[in-house]
Design a protein around this ligand. Structure first.
Ligand SMILES: [Zn+2]
Length: 274
Protein backbone atom coordinates (compact mmCIF):
# COMPACT_ATOMS: atom_id res chain seq x y z
CA UNK A 1 0.00 0.00 0.00
CA UNK A 2 2.99 2.33 -0.09
CA UNK A 3 2.55 5.36 -2.28
CA UNK A 4 4.92 8.17 -3.16
CA UNK A 5 4.81 11.13 -0.80
CA UNK A 6 2.47 13.83 -1.99
CA UNK A 7 0.37 11.60 -4.20
CA UNK A 8 -3.31 12.21 -3.43
CA UNK A 9 -5.34 9.44 -1.88
CA UNK A 10 -7.92 8.13 -4.32
CA UNK A 11 -11.41 7.58 -3.03
CA UNK A 12 -12.78 5.51 -5.89
CA UNK A 13 -13.62 2.60 -3.58
CA UNK A 14 -15.64 4.75 -1.18
CA UNK A 15 -19.30 3.71 -1.39
CA UNK A 16 -21.95 6.21 -2.38
CA UNK A 17 -23.11 8.24 0.61
CA UNK A 18 -26.50 7.12 1.92
CA UNK A 19 -29.49 9.39 1.44
CA UNK A 20 -30.55 11.50 4.36
CA UNK A 21 -33.62 10.32 6.24
CA UNK A 22 -34.89 13.36 8.14
CA UNK A 23 -37.56 11.60 10.20
CA UNK A 24 -35.18 9.33 12.08
CA UNK A 25 -32.31 11.80 11.93
CA UNK A 26 -34.31 14.44 13.78
CA UNK A 27 -35.20 11.99 16.55
CA UNK A 28 -31.62 10.72 16.70
CA UNK A 29 -30.26 14.24 17.01
CA UNK A 30 -32.68 14.85 19.87
CA UNK A 31 -31.41 11.75 21.68
CA UNK A 32 -34.77 10.03 21.32
CA UNK A 33 -35.69 6.51 20.13
CA UNK A 34 -36.40 6.00 16.46
CA UNK A 35 -37.53 3.08 14.31
CA UNK A 36 -34.61 1.40 12.57
CA UNK A 37 -36.82 -1.09 10.77
CA UNK A 38 -40.02 -3.06 11.37
CA UNK A 39 -40.17 -4.01 15.05
CA UNK A 40 -36.75 -2.61 15.90
CA UNK A 41 -35.97 0.58 17.81
CA UNK A 42 -32.68 2.37 18.31
CA UNK A 43 -31.28 5.53 19.85
CA UNK A 44 -28.04 7.39 20.41
CA UNK A 45 -27.61 9.06 23.75
CA UNK A 46 -26.23 12.56 23.97
CA UNK A 47 -23.78 14.19 26.30
CA UNK A 48 -26.55 15.84 28.32
CA UNK A 49 -29.34 14.47 30.48
CA UNK A 50 -27.37 12.68 33.20
CA UNK A 51 -25.82 13.39 36.58
CA UNK A 52 -22.07 12.92 36.05
CA UNK A 53 -19.78 15.87 36.72
CA UNK A 54 -16.49 17.31 35.53
CA UNK A 55 -15.10 15.82 32.31
CA UNK A 56 -17.87 13.20 32.39
CA UNK A 57 -20.70 15.72 32.50
CA UNK A 58 -23.35 14.69 32.34
CA UNK A 59 -24.65 11.51 30.68
CA UNK A 60 -21.57 9.27 30.83
CA UNK A 61 -22.57 5.62 30.50
CA UNK A 62 -19.14 4.01 30.89
CA UNK A 63 -17.87 2.34 34.03
CA UNK A 64 -14.46 2.09 32.36
CA UNK A 65 -13.55 5.73 32.96
CA UNK A 66 -12.84 7.29 36.39
CA UNK A 67 -16.35 8.65 36.85
CA UNK A 68 -18.36 8.22 40.07
CA UNK A 69 -19.89 4.69 39.85
CA UNK A 70 -23.08 5.95 41.50
CA UNK A 71 -23.45 8.57 38.78
CA UNK A 72 -22.92 5.96 36.06
CA UNK A 73 -25.53 3.72 37.70
CA UNK A 74 -28.02 6.60 37.78
CA UNK A 75 -27.28 7.45 34.14
CA UNK A 76 -27.80 3.84 33.11
CA UNK A 77 -31.09 3.76 35.02
CA UNK A 78 -32.18 6.90 33.16
CA UNK A 79 -31.30 5.27 29.86
CA UNK A 80 -33.36 2.20 30.70
CA UNK A 81 -36.29 4.45 31.62
CA UNK A 82 -35.90 6.34 28.33
CA UNK A 83 -36.18 3.18 26.24
CA UNK A 84 -38.96 1.61 28.29
CA UNK A 85 -41.35 -0.01 28.44
CA UNK A 86 -39.69 -3.02 26.92
CA UNK A 87 -36.25 -4.30 27.77
CA UNK A 88 -35.61 -5.04 31.44
CA UNK A 89 -31.92 -4.29 31.08
CA UNK A 90 -29.23 -3.01 28.74
CA UNK A 91 -26.39 -5.42 27.92
CA UNK A 92 -23.01 -3.70 27.73
CA UNK A 93 -19.63 -4.91 26.57
CA UNK A 94 -16.17 -4.55 28.02
CA UNK A 95 -14.89 -3.14 24.76
CA UNK A 96 -11.32 -4.06 23.86
CA UNK A 97 -11.00 -2.95 20.21
CA UNK A 98 -11.09 -6.54 18.95
CA UNK A 99 -13.37 -8.59 16.72
CA UNK A 100 -14.89 -11.11 19.14
CA UNK A 101 -18.69 -11.52 19.15
CA UNK A 102 -20.97 -12.79 21.92
CA UNK A 103 -24.62 -13.81 22.04
CA UNK A 104 -26.61 -12.19 24.84
CA UNK A 105 -29.54 -14.10 26.29
CA UNK A 106 -32.66 -12.50 27.68
CA UNK A 107 -32.07 -13.57 31.25
CA UNK A 108 -31.18 -11.15 33.99
CA UNK A 109 -27.52 -10.33 34.40
CA UNK A 110 -25.98 -11.06 37.78
CA UNK A 111 -23.72 -8.07 37.95
CA UNK A 112 -21.31 -5.75 36.19
CA UNK A 113 -18.90 -8.65 35.60
CA UNK A 114 -21.42 -10.15 33.17
CA UNK A 115 -20.46 -7.78 30.39
CA UNK A 116 -18.56 -9.93 27.90
CA UNK A 117 -15.11 -8.80 26.81
CA UNK A 118 -16.05 -8.35 23.17
CA UNK A 119 -16.79 -5.56 20.70
CA UNK A 120 -19.98 -6.98 19.24
CA UNK A 121 -23.07 -8.61 20.73
CA UNK A 122 -26.37 -9.85 19.35
CA UNK A 123 -29.63 -11.23 20.68
CA UNK A 124 -33.07 -12.43 19.70
CA UNK A 125 -34.63 -11.42 23.01
CA UNK A 126 -36.93 -8.46 23.54
CA UNK A 127 -35.97 -8.55 27.23
CA UNK A 128 -32.58 -7.01 26.67
CA UNK A 129 -31.36 -3.93 24.81
CA UNK A 130 -27.84 -3.90 23.39
CA UNK A 131 -25.49 -0.99 24.04
CA UNK A 132 -22.32 0.07 22.25
CA UNK A 133 -20.36 2.89 23.89
CA UNK A 134 -18.25 5.37 22.00
CA UNK A 135 -16.50 8.72 22.07
CA UNK A 136 -15.20 8.95 18.46
CA UNK A 137 -15.36 5.22 17.59
CA UNK A 138 -18.33 4.08 15.50
CA UNK A 139 -21.33 2.48 17.19
CA UNK A 140 -22.92 0.20 14.60
CA UNK A 141 -26.44 -1.15 15.09
CA UNK A 142 -27.92 -3.88 12.86
CA UNK A 143 -31.17 -5.82 12.68
CA UNK A 144 -32.87 -8.57 10.70
CA UNK A 145 -36.59 -7.81 11.04
CA UNK A 146 -37.67 -11.26 9.78
CA UNK A 147 -35.76 -13.39 12.28
CA UNK A 148 -35.87 -10.61 14.89
CA UNK A 149 -32.18 -10.74 15.54
CA UNK A 150 -30.42 -7.50 16.49
CA UNK A 151 -26.76 -6.67 16.97
CA UNK A 152 -24.47 -3.90 18.19
CA UNK A 153 -20.81 -3.37 17.45
CA UNK A 154 -18.12 -0.96 18.60
CA UNK A 155 -15.86 -0.21 15.65
CA UNK A 156 -12.97 2.10 16.30
CA UNK A 157 -9.92 2.16 14.10
CA UNK A 158 -8.51 -1.07 15.53
CA UNK A 159 -11.83 -2.89 15.75
CA UNK A 160 -12.78 -1.89 12.22
CA UNK A 161 -9.39 -3.05 10.93
CA UNK A 162 -9.75 -6.36 12.75
CA UNK A 163 -13.16 -6.88 11.14
CA UNK A 164 -15.58 -6.66 14.05
CA UNK A 165 -18.51 -5.62 11.85
CA UNK A 166 -18.17 -8.49 9.32
CA UNK A 167 -17.63 -10.83 12.30
CA UNK A 168 -20.93 -9.69 13.82
CA UNK A 169 -22.79 -10.22 10.54
CA UNK A 170 -21.23 -13.67 10.17
CA UNK A 171 -22.25 -14.68 13.69
CA UNK A 172 -25.78 -13.40 13.16
CA UNK A 173 -25.95 -15.22 9.81
CA UNK A 174 -24.96 -18.45 11.55
CA UNK A 175 -27.94 -17.85 13.84
CA UNK A 176 -30.35 -17.43 10.90
CA UNK A 177 -30.11 -13.77 9.94
CA UNK A 178 -29.41 -12.73 6.36
CA UNK A 179 -27.46 -9.55 5.50
CA UNK A 180 -29.65 -9.13 2.41
CA UNK A 181 -32.61 -8.57 4.74
CA UNK A 182 -30.80 -6.59 7.39
CA UNK A 183 -30.86 -2.89 8.20
CA UNK A 184 -27.95 -1.01 9.74
CA UNK A 185 -27.22 2.39 11.13
CA UNK A 186 -23.68 3.71 11.35
CA UNK A 187 -23.70 5.99 14.37
CA UNK A 188 -22.07 9.30 15.19
CA UNK A 189 -18.27 9.19 15.23
CA UNK A 190 -15.26 11.32 14.43
CA UNK A 191 -15.40 12.29 10.76
CA UNK A 192 -12.69 11.89 8.19
CA UNK A 193 -12.15 15.61 8.10
CA UNK A 194 -11.14 15.58 11.77
CA UNK A 195 -9.43 12.21 12.19
CA UNK A 196 -5.78 12.69 11.41
CA UNK A 197 -3.50 9.66 11.65
CA UNK A 198 0.13 9.11 10.61
CA UNK A 199 0.64 8.06 7.00
CA UNK A 200 1.87 4.58 7.94
CA UNK A 201 -1.23 3.96 10.04
CA UNK A 202 -3.54 5.19 7.31
CA UNK A 203 -1.90 2.79 4.88
CA UNK A 204 -2.02 -0.10 7.33
CA UNK A 205 -5.77 0.34 7.90
CA UNK A 206 -6.64 1.06 4.26
CA UNK A 207 -4.86 -2.14 3.25
CA UNK A 208 -7.48 -4.17 5.13
CA UNK A 209 -10.42 -1.73 4.96
CA UNK A 210 -10.66 -0.33 1.42
CA UNK A 211 -12.21 3.13 1.26
CA UNK A 212 -11.17 4.19 4.76
CA UNK A 213 -8.26 6.42 3.72
CA UNK A 214 -8.99 10.12 3.33
CA UNK A 215 -7.53 13.57 3.65
CA UNK A 216 -8.41 15.63 6.70
CA UNK A 217 -9.66 19.18 6.35
CA UNK A 218 -6.14 20.26 7.25
CA UNK A 219 -4.89 18.34 4.21
CA UNK A 220 -3.13 15.67 6.25
CA UNK A 221 -3.50 11.88 6.14
CA UNK A 222 -6.73 10.73 7.73
CA UNK A 223 -9.17 7.89 8.20
CA UNK A 224 -12.89 7.96 7.51
CA UNK A 225 -14.17 5.29 9.90
CA UNK A 226 -17.78 5.55 8.77
CA UNK A 227 -16.82 5.11 5.11
CA UNK A 228 -14.74 2.11 6.07
CA UNK A 229 -17.60 0.54 8.03
CA UNK A 230 -20.08 1.25 5.23
CA UNK A 231 -17.78 -0.56 2.82
CA UNK A 232 -17.53 -3.53 5.15
CA UNK A 233 -21.31 -3.70 5.46
CA UNK A 234 -21.73 -3.50 1.68
CA UNK A 235 -19.15 -6.20 1.05
CA UNK A 236 -20.97 -8.42 3.55
CA UNK A 237 -24.17 -8.01 1.52
CA UNK A 238 -25.90 -5.50 3.81
CA UNK A 239 -27.16 -2.66 1.65
CA UNK A 240 -29.86 -0.99 3.76
CA UNK A 241 -27.53 1.35 5.59
CA UNK A 242 -28.34 4.69 7.13
CA UNK A 243 -25.73 6.92 8.65
CA UNK A 244 -25.82 9.46 11.45
CA UNK A 245 -23.46 12.03 10.05
CA UNK A 246 -22.78 13.94 13.26
CA UNK A 247 -19.08 14.26 14.02
CA UNK A 248 -18.26 13.64 17.67
CA UNK A 249 -15.25 15.95 17.58
CA UNK A 250 -17.36 18.80 16.19
CA UNK A 251 -20.57 18.34 18.17
CA UNK A 252 -20.81 19.61 21.72
CA UNK A 253 -23.77 17.24 22.08
CA UNK A 254 -21.49 14.21 22.04
CA UNK A 255 -18.42 12.98 23.91
CA UNK A 256 -15.15 13.05 21.95
CA UNK A 257 -11.89 11.54 23.17
CA UNK A 258 -9.89 13.25 20.42
CA UNK A 259 -11.26 16.65 21.40
CA UNK A 260 -11.37 16.35 25.20
CA UNK A 261 -9.00 13.57 26.28
CA UNK A 262 -10.49 12.37 29.55
CA UNK A 263 -14.21 12.27 28.89
CA UNK A 264 -17.35 10.14 29.08
CA UNK A 265 -18.96 7.76 26.63
CA UNK A 266 -22.30 8.02 24.88
CA UNK A 267 -24.05 4.96 23.52
CA UNK A 268 -25.85 3.52 20.56
CA UNK A 269 -28.65 1.29 21.82
CA UNK A 270 -30.88 -1.14 19.93
CA UNK A 271 -33.81 -3.23 21.08
CA UNK A 272 -36.77 -5.23 19.82
CA UNK A 273 -40.24 -3.78 20.17
CA UNK A 274 -42.62 -6.12 21.93
ZN1 LIG B 1 -15.33 16.13 12.19
Amino acid sequence: MSRPAGEPVTDQSVPVRPRAAPAWAELAAAGRPFVLCDGVLAMFTRRWGGVSEGPFATFNLSGGVPDDPAAVAENRARLLAAIGPGPSRVAWMRQVHGSAVAYVSGGRANGPGDSPEVDAIFTGSAEVALGSMAADCVPVLVADPLTRLIGAAHAGRAGMASGVVPALLAAMSDAGAAPSRMHAIVGPSICGGCYEVPSWLQQEVAAVVPGSACRTRAGTTGLDLRAGVRGQLARSGLERVTEDQRCTAESGELFSYRRDGQTGRFAGVIWLAR
